[in-house]
Write a protein of this length. Structure first.
Length: 672
């Protein structure tokens, strides 16, 4: 802070910190400004937190010290414009009871009500979470268990409902755990394995009291263990056990001292890799003592948990930036020091069994990890840049993949069209769309629909993204001359019934695929075009003979992925007639639409998860005549409009009117 961040407004002095109040120079500067204010007899101080994203224990202590100093001389400290995260930190640490927040009335950190001290069952009934009859039934079944535990096991009560009742009974704070709600330095006061065994997460230390998140605040042995190991007095804060487990994985992976390990990292990483299994890296229990390994593990686990499709690790001029692609958009999650970046890249190269000494050339590899009982493939790609190597990991989680036609999210009409195409005995089926639109998933769903013992199914892919039993999968290797076209020529000698070509990129592959479709094979492939009719123009531009294409092509599926409205912050509103005209959408009646306000569960985007929209074109004699005549794109567009085929935009708008997404999202995705 500087004097420019301090202003006299009326009778109060306003301070404007411009960054996180965490340990370091910013807190020292804030303390100096406090001291200067006291020396100048400026005793009414307001801190504007609009530019403060985060607080840690040192920042909290600085605020408490300032309040105590001002209170002794008749002054007061007040806060204004805290974000939602800081509001929760103020509440769980008790600061909201000591320091006023202007314009907001925060709940008491440890509310005391007429119900405090009463039986837990009475509070459950009064809150409407259960009935007296259910309480009686649980009491009869409890045996040596707590009554609440019996209710949880039988599904008569959710854990959050129980914790809300406990918070009221015991005058404790219930908090929603998420990144930033803990102090990394405090987390490290407890060993990772101990914290996992006790199912707790240290949060903050205020005035010598360590606040820890727990789902069982009445366990005296847990509190005694934490006191003995940390040397601090302790106070519980309530949190759902699943949140504790999830957030702990990331919290214990963070480290402020990564740079000191860079010098000895390479040998350490090689030794760790040697000790692990050759095919899989179990990242839940592995090498908790190495902070670089822990950071990489935490990032991978968070990407899997948040259903990210890609992890980007890239150096900038001053920092290393780590971002996740969630639902098609990139979100920053952390910025380690730049000195750490080479160590992170080296660790990932070791996991991918690549050359860690080669930093001048791009490298590609594959990593398989195991976490929470799930096997996940990561596709590694590095690219040298002016500030260092950028690494992108494509996350291929088989547990999240949709390999069933019935689960692709098609409308009933589109589903019957797609199944009809797949049930044909020969011909060419194309799936089109830009990169990341789910084309490969649709192809695999089609292959799964067709797979049976009576058919020989062969795939040609670059790379093989999902391993499927009972079919023959082949990997393209351009570096040794094994291209799509070359493999396809040999595949035709393997007596195939169905051939999946990962992508048609050039004329030779296109011509062979068309010939295969004409000689009694069902060929499935992808093409990069904006819509279904564009596939015809693209193949003709590649040089495929029109009379061959007209006979081979049986259908085209164009698709996009739309973000779903977040169910946790979804709100509805009525759109009057005419309000959607600027989107090119005509609505005759008042339509009820939905949108997301933005919350922590959806990265404040208002969207969570994705679904596919489709445009399916089936070849008929009219289209065949246009193909043979080598029709222009405008003629093809007129044909498409005349047939009344539901377009991508129409399918997206229908999903918006059904309350699944927004019209803005449909327009953005289709027109991008």
């Amino acid at each position: 802070m500087s004097e420019a961040s301090r202003a006299r407004i009326g009778s109060a002095t306003h301070l404007f910190p411009d960054g996180p109040l965490t340990e370091g120079a910013r807190i020292d500067a804030l303390r100096e400004v406090f001291a200067s204010c006291l020396a100048d007899r400026e005793l009414q101080i307001v801190i504007d937190l609009s530019e403060v994203p985060l607080l840690d224990s040192a920042g909290i202590e600085a605020l408490v010290d300032a309040q105590d100093q001002l209170a002794r001389v008749g002054g007061a400290l007040k806060l204004v414009h805290p974000n939602e995260l800081i509001e929760d930190i103020l509440r769980l640490t008790g600061l909201s009871d000591r320091i006023a927040v202007l314009g907001r009335e925060l709940p008491a950190s440890r509310p005391r009500s007429a119900r405090a001290g009463r039986r837990i069952g009475e509070i459950m009934v009064e809150r409407g979470y259960t009935t007296a009859e259910t309480i009686e039934k649980a009491l009869k079944l409890q045996g040596g268990q707590r009554m609440a535990q019996v209710m949880l096991e039988n599904g008569w009560l959710s854990e959050r409902e129980l914790l809300e009742c406990l918070a009221e009974q015991l005058s404790l704070t219930l908090v929603r755990l998420r990144p930033g709600i803990y102090d990394p330095a405090v987390v490290r006061k407890l060993d990772r394995q101990v914290a996992r065994r006790l199912n707790v997460l240290p949060l903050f230390v205020v005035r010598g009291v360590l606040l820890f998140a727990t789902a069982d605040p009445q366990s005296i042995p847990v509190a005694d263990t934490i006191e003995d190991l940390t040397g601090c007095r302790v106070a519980p804060v309530l949190a759902v056990s699943e949140e504790i487990e999830r957030i702990s994985s990331a919290a214990f992976s963070e480290s402020d001292d990564l740079a000191e390990y860079v010098g000895t990292l390479e040998s350490d990483l090689e030794l760790v890799e040697v000790k692990e299994t050759e095919d899989e890296t179990a990242i839940d229990e592995m090498a908790a003592g190495n902070p670089v390994i822990s950071l990489i593990n935490g990032v991978i686990q968070r990407a899997i948990r948040d259903r990210a499709s890609d992890i980007h690790i890239e150096p900038t001029r001053t920092r290393c930036r780590i971002r996740l692609r969630v639902d098609g958009l990139l979100y920053p999650i952390m910025e380690p020091a730049l000195d750490v970046h080479p160590a992170l890249v080296s660790r990932l190269k070791v996991m991918a069994k690549l050359d860690i000494s080669e930093r001048r050339l791009p490298q590609d590899g594959r990593i398989q990890v195991s976490t929470s009982g799930r096997n996940v493939d990561l596709r590694f790609s590095s690219l040298p840049g002016i500030f260092g190597e950028k690494v992108v990991l494509r996350v291929l989680d088989k547990n999240e993949s949709i390999l069933d036609v019935e689960k692709l999210g098609l409308t009933s009409d589109n589903r019957s069209k797609l199944v009809g195409l797949l049930d044909r005995s020969y011909g060419l089926i194309l799936v089109t769309g830009p990169t990341g639109s789910g084309k490969t998933t649709t192809l695999y769903a089609g292959i799964n629909h067709l797979a049976c013992a009576e058919k020989n199914i062969v795939t040609i892919e670059d790379p093989v993204e999902y391993q499927v039993d009972a079919i023959t999968q082949n990997q393209v290797r351009e570096n040794i001359g094994l291209s799509f076209a070359r493999i396809l020529k040999h595949v035709l000698r393997q007596d195939p019934d169905i051939i999946m070509v990962g992508e048609i990129r050039e004329r030779e592959t296109a011509e062979i695929a068309v010939q295969a479709a004409l000689t009694g094979h069902l060929v499935l492939s992808t093409l990069h075009t904006n819509d279904s009719i564009g596939a015809v123009s693209r193949l003709l531009d590649m040089g495929v003979e029109p009379f061959l294409l007209s006979s081979a092509l049986i259908g085209v599926v164009a698709q996009r992925l739309l973000r779903r409205t977040c169910p946790d912050c979804k709100t509805s509103y009525v759109a009057p007639p005419g309000s959607l005209d600027h989107f090119g959408v005509e609505v005759k009646e008042r339509a009820r639409l939905v949108r997301g306000r933005g919350c922590q569960n959806c990265y404040d985007s208002g969207y969570k998860g994705r679904m596919a929209i489709h445009e399916i074109l089936e070849t008929d004699p009219g289209l065949q005549r246009l193909i043979v005549a080598n029709a222009s794109r405008s003629d093809l567009d007129e044909y498409l409009a005349a047939r009344g085929i539901q377009t991508l935009l129409q399918d997206g708008v229908d999903r918006a009117l059904a309350g699944e997404t927004t019209v803005e999202e449909a327009v953005r995705v289709v027109n991008s």
